[in-house]
Design a protein. Structure first.
Length: 91
């Protein structure tokens, strides 16, 4: 398993929440190899961290390409970091 980990700066929390629920979560959860996903943000809504779990590094990287493209076209968030990591343990 591999995780796609993203960190973003959120410029508009309300629009970001709407975009997450209407576009991002449905799009990522339908991606090949998707297994689980968690989207979080700070209590003030200023920054977010997401971890999406995929069955392979290849599928995680492919989803990362789509996430990067979507973030680049959005005025509501700035993508600060995106990386693929191997999942070495879970509970």
């Amino acid at each position: 398993m591999h995780a796609l980990v993203t960190r973003v700066t959120i410029h508009d929390a309300d629009r970001t929440r709407e975009m997450l629920n209407s576009q991002v979560v449905p799009g990522v959860s339908g991606a090949p190899g998707f297994q689980a996903g968690y989207w979080t943000w700070s209590e003030d809504g200023g920054n977010g961290v997401a971890m999406m779990i995929f069955d392979s590094a290849e599928n995680a990287r492919s989803a990362g390409d789509r996430v990067r493209s979507a973030a680049e076209s959005s005025d509501d968030v700035t993508l600060d970091e995106l990386e693929v990591r191997e999942v070495v343990a879970s509970a």
